[in-house]
Design a protein around this ligand. Structure first.
Ligand code: SF4
Length: 482
């Protein structure tokens, strides 16, 4: 049999399914980049392919069930002869290890989170006819991995950049450190080089992600250095918006408040997952912040950053959460008026300390608390949107709308991609990645309705977008339908 790389061989094809969070998206893009560099043709996942890779999520029960459902579908396609080999990668692979091969003996290879750099070697073995089932698990690296040379699956103008990997906290409900290892900071110069590469490739909005954003620098430099990183990124040519996600409510230094307030490109939007607000429950969760400390951070953020949009997430139904403690959370949400909020129902993760706590609550109680919390939040979010009506804001165009000509889907600074609402904008023609001033004329639930504003200067941003040429073809292939 000719080698998969010999000129006589047909080009091997691979399709890819990326599940889970934005950090997993970066890993998927890196694996796709490695496969493309090694000569694999990437095909949409519904098409026949030599191989299919699924990058799984193992975060909570619902995510695991989704990953398992996809693995079952892919094995069905293998039985039907539509794909020859199935590779399972990512967090679920890492978390279940050998158990996954026992559960799915027809899976060809399992590649753990830190085996991602070996994905092309694994694919080559499979294409080359080495069929024995194999696993690639590697220890978490002590230095940051290079995430450059990615083949991006997000729209060209928008991307995620991991500034660190892993987490040094030990929140009792969370299995992420088991899968992603200890916190490893990506050095400032490496993050900046990656941001420059992405900007050169047409990225206009850079979304910074980490498990614990404010911890950035502590392991590598002995002190938090997020503020300095942000100042450096603020200078990267070509970027218009920088958005920061997943800030643990600790290490908000004076310097960080200054960087957030004084930057040109960092949008006034912060995602700060709080998990709960009751001090007894925060302790049971092994969170290292109290209600008073959290309120002080929020107060100073609101004072320092005009028009700040705060997003948070809470866990409801944590073991031992009393009705009174849940009521305290609802009252806190009503008083604090987060512009964006998500609620997770507590998910029992067998290998975590919280699994052994007393006071696990019935599923119906947990679900009804989630519904009550979201019902309390909804009028706050709708009122915030209503307050936007009549304003002229910059809108980042994401795509044409499928609902008609000269209709566009975009977002203001107040909406992070995928998790928040969108703007339905009439005007144009535009192109994705263009920032246009738009007058907000109405709301539609969590979304906004807008029309192009020719006259008014934008209010929401600290810097005007520079006039740009329309982007040319990307140096990286964008596979929207993977
Ligand atoms: S800070 Fe976040 S990632 Fe780290 S252990 Fe806590 S919940 Fe998990």
């Amino acid at each position: 049999m000719p080698s998969p790389k010999s000129p006589d061989s047909p080009i091997p094809t691979v399709s890819f399914v990326s599940l889970g969070c934005s950090k997993n998206t970066v890993d998927s893009e890196r694996m796709l980049g490695l496969l493309a560099q090694e000569g694999y043709a990437i095909v949409p996942d519904a098409q026949p392919a030599d191989l299919v890779v699924v990058n799984t999520c193992g975060f909570i029960d619902a995510a695991r069930r989704e990953s398992i459902g996809v693995i079952e579908e892919l094995l069905e396609r293998k039985r039907a002869g539509q794909v020859k080999g199935v590779i399972v990668a990512g967090c679920l692979a890492e978390r279940q290890r050998e158990g996954l091969l026992e559960q799915f003996p027809e899976v060809d290879h399992v590649v753990g989170v830190f085996g991602r750099e070996e994905i092309a070697r694994v694919a080559d073995r499979l294409i080359g006819g080495l069929k024995e089932q194999r696993e690639v698990f590697r220890p978490a690296p002590v230095q940051a991995q290079d995430d450059r040379a990615r083949l991006r699956i997000t729209p060209r103008h928008l991307t995620y950049l991991k500034v660190s990997e892993g987490c040094d906290r030990a929140c009792t409900f969370c299995a992420i450190p088991f899968m992603r290892g200890k916190h490893v900071t990506k050095p400032i110069e490496m993050v900046v080089a990656e941001a420059e590469e992405l900007a050169n490739d047409g990225v206009r909005e850079l979304v910074l992600v980490a498990q614990d954003m404010t911890y950035y620098g502590l392991d590598l430099y002995g002190r938090p250095r997020l503020a300095e990183l942000l100042r450096e990124l603020d200078r990267v040519e070509g970027l218009d918006w920088i958005r920061i996600l997943y800030c643990y409510p600790q290490y908000f230094t004076d310097e960080l408040y200054e960087s957030l307030a004084g930057s040109k490109k960092i949008v006034p939007y912060l995602d700060m997952p709080l998990q709960h607000i009751n001090d007894r429950l925060l302790k049971r969760m092994n969170r290292r912040h109290t209600r008073a400390e959290t309120e002080a951070i929020i107060g100073r953020l609101r004072e320092t950053i005009p028009n700040l949009v705060l997003r948070t997430t809470f866990i409801v139904g944590f073991p031992g959460e009393t009705e009174a403690e849940f009521d305290e959370l609802v009252e806190f949400v009503e008083a604090t008026r987060f512009e964006r909020l998500g609620a997770f129902t507590y998910s029992l993760e067998p290998d975590t300390p919280a699994a052994k706590l007393t006071g696990h609550l019935p599923a119906d109680v947990i679900e009804s608390r989630r519904d009550r919390l979201m019902a309390a939040q909804q009028p706050i979010a709708f009122a915030f949107n209503q307050g936007m009506v009549g304003k002229t804001l910059d809108v980042m165009i994401d795509s044409p709308s499928t609902e008609g000509r000269n209709l566009w889907i975009g977002r203001t600074y107040a909406d992070a991609p995928d998790v928040d609402g969108v703007v339905h904008l009439r005007g144009g023609p535009y192109y994705p990645g263009e920032i246009v001033p738009a007058e907000i004329v109405d709301t539609d639930g969590y979304d906004l309705i807008a029309r192009a504003s020719e006259s008014e200067p934008p209010q929401s941003r600290k810097a005007r977008p520079r006039p740009r040429k329309r982007p040319g073809p990307s140096s990286l292939v964008v596979l929207d339908d993977i």
